[in-house]
Design a protein around this ligand. Structure first.
Ligand code: GLN
Length: 448
């Protein structure tokens, strides 16, 4: 704990931490030492971790990357944080992220951008950019992230680490500041699939009293299949993930990884996910619609920021929200409110829900021919700071390979595959069928 606290201080210029409290972390570490000494240690006893600032914590402030939550302190820990603590994890602090997890570059954080440790002129990815950069720079052995449309997988890919988003509902959303509730999922980000397996076992499990969408299934040992042979494994390769938009350097790294799998005995099976392109408009209708509803709770009364000067209640709401939310969050609230409004609901929201179902069905068709699906995580390596910040649609388009599996609720992960342009890391995306996390981790581990 002391080592990682010191390292985080030395490299604070990366911008990955939003809050630290040495006294709290050292107290937790001492408690871990005591449990190790008296034989009551958990599976992760004494392992230092830091949490994406989307998870509420009672010992550290929680901002969700937003000025709206200035001064807010939760009275409880989110289930994911709590379950990790139960296993002995020591919390080093809270990690930077895009405001309310909306973004792909971490540049929507209200506080500071995060720099990619591989090249400090580039973004680390988002929205869990602080988590990915901190793990990549060895400021912490592992971190939590959340993934609504790619926010664990894409920053993991851009920073050369391993991250897994489990099946929707496998981890409790209790105490995760909500963005799009039908998509949000927590997951671990670490150096290897082996580490992710240990962490995922602690994170997952039912929490029905607090999150009614959590799956009623006991926790499982995700390390159990790590060393299984993948001889004969059928890897589905979707044609739509290798089209024109894919940068040649990323394609080369992903192709090389797939060839490596054939050497391990796997077979590559060409498959089709015909509605891949539609996942962008569908996601960017459904996610903002849910966000516009979820974010209505930030009204200046219950949490965080309240405007200093106002005339009446409505004026207080307006000024608080105008001051507290950043541009991207406002954009999503406006899009979401529009697509849910009378007269547009059928044309946009309902239509998007129907296509979402078709996208999920396409995956089920594909899984009749293969065991896992593999492809790129993102069309390019991490871009330069500022490159897409003036053009939100350009950033949305870069989410093309992660959105469809999120809409379907499938588990997905990013595994370091090699390097592309300018020596930047490239991730291989693995997508499994529902509840196939142990298989995904096995496939990743054999490659590592
Ligand atoms: N980049 C996507 C968005 O901006 C996904 C974010 C996420 O998964 N939280 O919505």
């Amino acid at each position: 704990t002391q080592h990682f606290l010191a390292r985080a201080q030395t490299h604070s210029g990366l911008g990955s931490y939003l809050a630290m409290d040495e006294a709290v972390s050292l107290r937790q570490a001492q408690a871990a030492d005591a449990r190790l000494a008296n034989g009551s240690a958990g599976t992760l006893e004494g392992v230092p971790m830091a949490h994406k600032d989307i998870f509420v914590t009672k010992d550290f402030p929680t901002t969700a990357g937003s000025k709206m939550l200035a001064g807010y302190r939760s009275s409880f820990d989110s289930t994911v944080v709590n379950q990790l603590a139960q296993q002995g994890v020591v919390t080093l602090g809270k990690l930077n992220c895009d405001e309310f997890a909306m973004g792909s570059a971490n540049e929507n954080s209200a506080f500071q951008p995060v720099l990619n440790p591989w090249d400090r002129t580039r973004i680390p990815g988002g929205s869990s950019g602080g988590s990915a950069a901190a793990v990549a720079a060895r400021l912490v052995p592992a971190a939590t992230g959340t993934d609504t449309g790619g926010s664990i997988r894409q920053p993991a890919s851009f920073c050369g680490i391993t991250g897994i988003k489990p099946t929707y509902g496998r981890a409790s959303r209790y105490g995760m500041v909500a963005f799009a509730s039908s998509l949000d999922q927590a997951g671990p980000m670490a150096r290897s699939a082996e580490d992710c397996a240990l962490l995922l076992s602690a994170i997952c499990g039912p929490d029905l009293d607090r999150d009614s969408t959590s799956l009623d299934m006991p926790a499982e040992d995700y390390s159990r299949q790590l060393n299984d042979s993948i001889d004969g494994l059928r890897i589905g390769v979707p044609a739509e993930f290798f089209g024109e938009g894919l940068a040649p350097d990323v394609r080369a790294a992903v192709d090389a990884a797939l060839q490596e799998y054939t050497k391990l005995g796997a077979k590559l099976v060409p498959i089709s996910l015909p509605r891949t392109e539609l996942s962008i408009p569908v996601y960017y209708i459904i996610a903002p619609a849910e966000a516009s509803s979820n974010l209505s709770r930030f009204d200046g009364v219950k949490f965080g920021h309240r405007a200093a000067h106002y005339t009446d209640l409505v004026d207080m709401y307006k000024k608080t929200r105008a001051e507290g939310f950043g541009d991207e969050v406002k954009r999503r609230i406006m899009i979401g409110t529009y697509v849910l409004s009378h007269g547009y609901y059928d044309a946009y929201y309902l239509q998007a829900q129907k296509i979402r179902r078709m996208i999920a069905n396409d995956f089920q068709q594909a899984f009749q021919q293969c065991d896992v699906i593999a492809g790129p995580v993102a069309p390019t390596v991490a871009w330069k700071l500022g490159d897409k910040s003036a053009d939100p649609v350009a950033a949305y388009l870069a989410d093309i390979f992660t959105l469809s599996s999120s809409l379907a609720g499938l588990p997905g992960m990013s595994v370091p595959a090699g390097f592309g342009e300018a020596g930047m890391p490239v991730g291989l995306q693995l997508i499994g069928n529902y509840l196939q996390e142990a298989k995904l981790l096995n496939v990743a581990h054999r490659f590592q």
